[in-house]
Design a protein around this ligand. Structure first.
Ligand code: SAM
Length: 345
């Protein structure tokens, strides 16, 4: 039964809405050449506290409608697309060689990043992991930002699983719902970084995690091993903390990172310079097969190797390689991105 009065007021609202003209998106003259980052900085500086009239409100609404889809990108560490790629890499896409569930596991992410470091291990705790540790050298940029991101993450995994179209989370539903009770999403949404006791952020070096011997069942990293200044010490530490039969899953990008910032043209440019130098443009230059050998020499067996990006070397690049790359085989030099899955003996 309609509530008394509901129909007339709804009708009036509709009439009122119908009279609202479309939002005017005519572009002001003279701003066309201002770079987008500068426009955004100017907007941030001026919008806070600006008198909120109807036009501004409608323009802001339009802006938020446009910005949200633009942010739905795997490179945005706060987007569900990023979490989907991480969960896929470290769990879902490895089910052929790893346990099909993380229930009861202690999980560790190394080099988790300073933006939203707890996202992956929090998702795994929701999926039944016993303990989740995120380790990162750089302190997080903001506790409040992390808290708000984790509040959204709990909501996506409990209520909005459609934001992860590449993952079938149906089997996880009951576990996630039960474990979500340990999170106070309202306080997280208010910016308070209040976490259950089994979610830990370690601001530390991966070479010295402080974790107990053989205590971790799943070690994960993405775009981290290639940045380690002492990769042998890092892998020694991974070997120490990983339980027998535990898995170690690493997404490694061995391209010259100068390509991302336009400093160099080729992803192998750093193999043509500075022989003997440990780090070039933030990377240790180890090739994928060297990462594999390093793990194998520390008590790991390779379960799966998925080289998902390659570089086609030209004659000039081949001629100009410096040692030790000058004596490597082409099939060792071509892979530039790979997901490596190992089992601890
Ligand atoms: C390219 S970022 C990747 C961040 C994150 N995994 C991602 O994919 O967004 C590499 C991270 O590794 C961290 N890192 C580098 N060396 C480290 C070390 N020895 N111990 C801990 N973290 C380290 C850096 O501070 C940086 O945040």
């Amino acid at each position: 039964m309609p509530m008394p009065g509901a129909l007339p007021s709804a009708t009036m609202d509709m009439r009122h809405e119908a009279s609202v003209p479309p939002v005017d998106l005519t572009r002001p003259k003279g701003l066309g050449k201002v770079p987008v980052p500068d426009l955004i900085r100017e907007l941030i500086a001026r919008v806070d506290g600006a008198p909120l009239d109807r036009e501004l409100l409608r323009l802001l609404h339009e802006l938020s409608n446009r910005i949200e889809p633009a942010l739905r990108h795997p490179d945005n560490r706060f987007a569900p697309e990023h979490l989907q790629e991480s969960l896929g890499t470290f769990w879902w896409w490895q089910q052929d060689v790893c346990p099909a569930s993380v229930e009861g596991e202690n999980v560790l992410e190394l080099g988790a990043g300073a933006e939203n470091p707890l996202a992956l291990v929090t998702a795994m705790v929701l999926m039944g992991a016993a303990e989740g540790h995120a380790l990162e050298l750089t302190p997080p940029i903001s506790d409040a930002e992390q808290a708000r991101a984790l509040s959204r993450l709990v909501c996506w995994l409990t209520l909005r699983r459609e934001v992860f179209p590449k993952l079938d989370l149906a089997d996880q539903r009951a576990t996630i719902a039960a474990n979500a009770k340990a999170f106070d999403v309202d306080r997280l949404a208010a910016g308070e970084l209040l976490l259950p006791e089994n979610v830990h952020l370690l601001v530390a070096k991966a070479e010295r995690t402080g974790l107990a011997d053989r205590s971790i069942h799943r070690v994960m990293s993405s775009s981290f091993l290639e940045h380690a200044e002492d990769p042998t010490a890092v892998v020694r530490e991974i070997a120490r903390v990983t339980a027998s039969g535990g898995v170690s899953i690493h997404n490694v990008d061995v391209a010259d990172h100068g390509t991302y910032w336009g400093e160099v043209e080729s992803p192998v440019a750093f193999l043509l310079e500075a022989p003997g130098q440990a780090m070039v443009r933030g990377a240790n230059r180890m090739r994928i097969h060297e990462h594999v050998r390093l793990f194998e020499s520390h008590g790991f067996t390779l379960l799966k190797r998925n080289d998902y990006a390659h570089h086609e070397w030209n004659k000039r690049e081949l001629r100009r390689r410096v040692p030790p790359y000058s004596t490597m085989q082409l099939d060792e030099l071509e892979p530039i991105r790979s997901v490596l899955v190992f089992r601890r003996d």
